[in-house]
Design a protein around this ligand. Structure first.
Ligand code: SF4
Length: 471
């Protein structure tokens, strides 16, 4: 059925013919569900290219390769530039969250680029399944596609809550395990890259190693390895071992944490390449990983059960998932510690920190996790923090900007600047505000350094042999 309730089963996709008066026989039948949603069918899987909007480069590269392994023609969009926000603004209302404007803008910009055969293209977008607007970006995207003349392009929802189903795209358990391992490896690579890159003696060593590992992990996961517990521990060690071999020279640097709404925190497009800006300013950065966010999402289900009751069976299932994610986190912490790196903070510790500051029921957007991440960063030597806030994001303004005073009350060293990101915010203003925060940070660093210069002596990472037996 189409959106008007007419039968379309068995019909070829001839929308171009109707639109331009040209004969055009497309490959797949257009099939709609009873609500009028265009489905991504098994027939489409063979020929269609699936476009995925970019967020965290390292993680998404690995995840995209998992899709490719399962037979999908997936393309991760790495486009950039102010025109993407302009395309987004053309098709999405300007009072919508900035991440929605950018994600939808990037997808439509790609469709308009002429690089893809639009008769054989599908789009993918995440649905968090929570109460926040991120669950509804998919509807905004479909509306925008109609407006832009691409109403026959199917949209696939990537979600773990069973929100939308498509016969041509199925998430299976082995696929979930590969993706979970991929996210963990992504966090590991990101964390070690952040610790090594600012101090490397040969510029580019760390970035090259990240690329090498993305390729290696793709082969490993595709070969049916790297996602079983024992293998994960081995490969985490191998990654840490390789990073520990990169020659570095430790010099005093301002340490800056980056937190915020998940899209603008990680996305170069969303935060005007904040990471690069901070490197250029001579900082070492620390970005809490995606695994913590996944744990937060799972943990919310457990908190819901405690606060409001619900299905015991669901609670037991999610608890098992949570235990598994905690196990993965423990492996990463263990590996980073043994090879002389600063380990990521345990999710359970971050959760403890916010007790008495903000309630666990505050879970829209990044919820209490955002406050917790700022507290753990300040505690673990990254008191200078950029809190990235997209336009239109009420939950993160409450748990981010709104909590700065409370955090400073607990940790007076916290030096936090909240930066708003929206299509009209000039980059130069954002960078100037960050520079002011850095000026304070440099003063503090200078006084700490003169008080105790011992701690800045060259640090050579402890190199321990991997216990690996897996090649
Ligand atoms: S977290 Fe903020 S930006 Fe993201 S969907 Fe919710 S309101 Fe919008």
């Amino acid at each position: 059925m189409d959106a008007k309730g007419k039968k379309v089963f068995g019909k070829r996709n001839e929308w171009k013919k109707r639109k331009n008066g040209k004969v055009c026989v497309a490959m797949a039948k257009l099939v709609y569900d009873k609500t009028g949603r265009l489905l991504f069918t098994k027939e489409m899987k063979k020929d269609y290219t699936i476009l995925i909007p970019m967020m965290a480069k390292i993680h998404f590269d690995i995840i995209k390769n998992v899709f490719v392994h399962y037979g999908y023609k997936a393309v991760l969009l790495d486009t950039d530039g102010p025109e993407i926000a302009q395309v987004g603004l053309k098709y999405v209302h300007n009072d919508t969250c900035y991440p929605a404007i950018l994600v939808i803008g990037q997808l439509i910009h790609a469709l308009q680029s002429g690089q893809y055969d639009i008769d054989k293209t599908a789009l993918m977008i995440t649905q968090t399944g929570g109460g926040c607007r991120a669950s509804n970006y998919i509807h905004l995207l479909r509306k925008a596609l109609v407006k832009a003349g691409y109403e026959n392009i199917p949209v696939i929802s990537l979600n773990m809550s069973g929100l939308e189903k498509n016969s041509g795209f199925k998430i299976t358990l082995p696929m979930i395990r590969r993706m979970a391992a991929g996210l963990l490896y992504g966090d590991m690579l990101m964390s070690l890259d952040n610790q090594v890159k600012p101090y490397e003696i040969n510029k580019g060593d760390s970035a090259a190693l990240v690329e090498r590992w993305i390729q290696k992990l793709t082969e490993i996961l595709s070969g049916g390895h790297g996602f079983h517990r024992k293998e994960i521990a081995v490969y985490l060690d191998k990654i840490a071992e390789d990073f520990a071999k990169i020659p570095i020279r430790k010099t005093p640097k301002v340490k800056v944490g980056i937190v915020g709404e998940i899209y603008v925190k990680y996305s170069r497009l969303g935060n005007n390449n904040l990471e690069q800006f901070l490197y250029d300013q001579g900082c070492e950065i620390n970005m809490p990983g995606i695994l913590g966010f996944m744990m937060f999402k799972a943990d919310n289900r457990l908190e819901d059960y405690k606060l409001y009751g619900g299905s015991k069976a669901k609670y037991v299932f999610v608890k098992k998932l949570m235990d598994y994610l905690e196990e993965l986190e423990a492996m990463m912490i263990d590996s980073q510690t043994r090879f002389g790196f600063q380990p990521v903070t345990k999710y359970s510790h971050t959760k403890k920190l916010v007790k008495g500051i903000v309630g666990y029921g505050s879970k829209m957007g990044e919820g209490w996790l955002l406050t917790g991440e700022m507290m753990e960063l300040a505690e673990s030597g990254f008191p200078n923090i950029v809190c990235t806030q997209p336009f239109g994001c009420l939950p993160n303004h409450i748990n981010g900007k709104g909590m700065i005073r409370q955090i400073k009350r607990v940790n007076e060293k916290a030096n936090i600047v909240a930066i708003d990101y929206d299509p009209g915010a000039p980059r130069v203003n954002q960078e100037n505000r960050i520079k002011l925060m850095l000026a304070v940070a440099r003063e503090t660093l200078k006084s700490e350094w003169t008080q105790n210069d011992e701690k800045w002596k060259v640090k050579v990472p402890v190199k321990k042999k991997s216990t690996s037996s897996v090649k």
